[in-house]
Design a protein around this ligand. Structure first.
Ligand code: BDR
Ligand code: CA
Length: 394
């Protein structure tokens, strides 16, 4: 794959003017069925490295995602911003610092993020990541320290220093990103793109409706999805296909470098943690797939959706709703798809209750996509990239 393909993430203007643009940069993407409302997405011509900020809650898969990112020359990591999520901030912060130290990348600033979601109490996922967030894998206390600025402020400063250049790789709850957007109304217009592990159009993992990162802070997620920033959503629809195995662990163990050894230790502990709790697969490498999909977009097949977030449901808060003029009964013959999208595809909310003064459930009168959603993945090539980079073979 060439570097143009690697860089196939669209600019804001291209995203807005292309109502149904979909990544079609790769052979994988081009295999898509003709009637899937696919339009060739213009490619960015730059060669990288691409400036990124990684917002994260390590987390087993976050830890491997961070190591992957720090060993990938396509990325210029401007900052890492831990947030509360899988475990409390008191653990995600030192876990992130540990990964930076193990990778020998003390040059990357790490900034302290939010302790709690915008409007909710923190729910963690220690059931999946262990009490320490690393599946029980123990590493020494980090010697390096976070920078002085809070995460949201550092994100703001970096994006403003490099307008239009910074991609936010978000692999945790979106509290830090929403806080940064709230700090400065101009900021959204200056972010190049967001590539997110989050959401699902095929059911959740923490509730039947919601994926964990969106569930933890749905209000933050809604701010992000309504920001106008071009978003690539790498959700459970594809990350469920990235289950780590004993064989992957052995390959990491065979890698003769500190990163591979640390990844092998985390993988061994996480596999054991999963076995002890009776999980039949996993752990899934959700977050590493989002990072890998940015490094090599040909790993993913994407489709355009208007995504909105349920924030008021008693049972469903954090659900990602994906509207498409080409889904289910709404599918049209290929020649009619664009017209139908423009004229006939209102975005509907729930019907008004008798007590409501609203008269219409339409919240947008026509379909305009706000996210490219990953709908398929080449899992074998993903693991080649992940393990190749961590073990030093690639
Ligand atoms: C996401 O939630 C966390 O548990 C993982 O780190 C990943 O970011 C998967 O739903
Ligand atoms: Ca995560």
């Amino acid at each position: 794959m060439n570097s143009d393909q690697r860089a196939a993430f669209i600019t804001r203007r291209q995203f807005v003017t292309s109502s149904a643009a979909v990544l079609a940069a790769s052979g994988f993407a081009r295999d898509a069925r003709a009637n899937e409302y696919l339009v060739e997405r213009p490619q960015q011509s730059g060669r990288g490295p691409f400036r990124v900020i990684i917002d994260t809650d390590p987390g087993v898969d976050d830890a491997l995602a961070l190591l992957l990112a720090m060993r990938s020359p396509e990325l210029k990591i401007e900052a890492i911003t831990p947030v509360a999520g899988n475990v409390p901030l008191e653990l995600t912060l030192p876990n992130a610092l540990r990964m930076v130290e193990i990778a020998g990348r003390a040059d990357i600033p790490v900034a302290v993020g939010a302790k709690a979601p915008l409007m909710r109490r923190l729910v963690t996922a220690a059931y999946a990541h262990g009490e320490n967030g690393l599946g029980g894998a123990v590493f020494p206390e980090p010697k390096i320290h976070p920078v002085n600025q809070p995460a949201a402020e550092l994100i703001r400063q970096i994006v403003k220093r490099f307008p239009g250049e910074v991609t936010l790789l978000t692999i945790g709850p979106l509290t830090n990103i929403a806080t940064a957007l709230n700090l400065d109304p101009e900021l959204a217009g200056m972010v190049r793109a967001i590539v997110m592990m989050g959401g699902s159009l095929s059911g959740g993992n923490i509730t039947p409706a919601a994926e964990f990162n969106i569930y933890v802070d749905p209000e933050a997620a809604r701010i992000v999805f309504q920001s106008g920033i071009p978003i690539t959503m790498v959700g459970l629809d594809v990350t469920r296909k990235t289950s780590l195995t004993e064989e992957h662990q052995r390959q990491l163990q065979a890698g003769q470098n500190p990163v591979s050894q640390a990844a092998a230790t985390i993988a061994r502990n996480a596999l054991q943690h999963n076995r002890e709790r009776g999980f039949v697969v996993g752990p899934n490498m959700h977050d590493s797939l989002a990072v890998a999909g940015f490094i090599d977009p040909s790993l993913l097949k994407l489709k355009e959706y208007y995504i909105d977030i349920e924030t008021t449901g008693e049972l469903t808060a954090g659900e990602t709703l994906g509207y498409s003029p080409n889904a289910g009964d709404l599918r049209r013959r290929p020649g009619m798809e664009k017209d139908a999208a423009a004229t006939n595809m209102p975005i509907r909310g729930s019907a008004p209750t008798l007590a409501s003064t609203r008269t219409s459930p339409v919240v947008r009168d026509k379909f305009v996509p706000n996210a490219s959603v990953a709908v398929d993945v080449d899992s074998a090539r993903f693991f080649e990239l992940l393990i190749g980079r961590l073990s030093g073979k690639q």
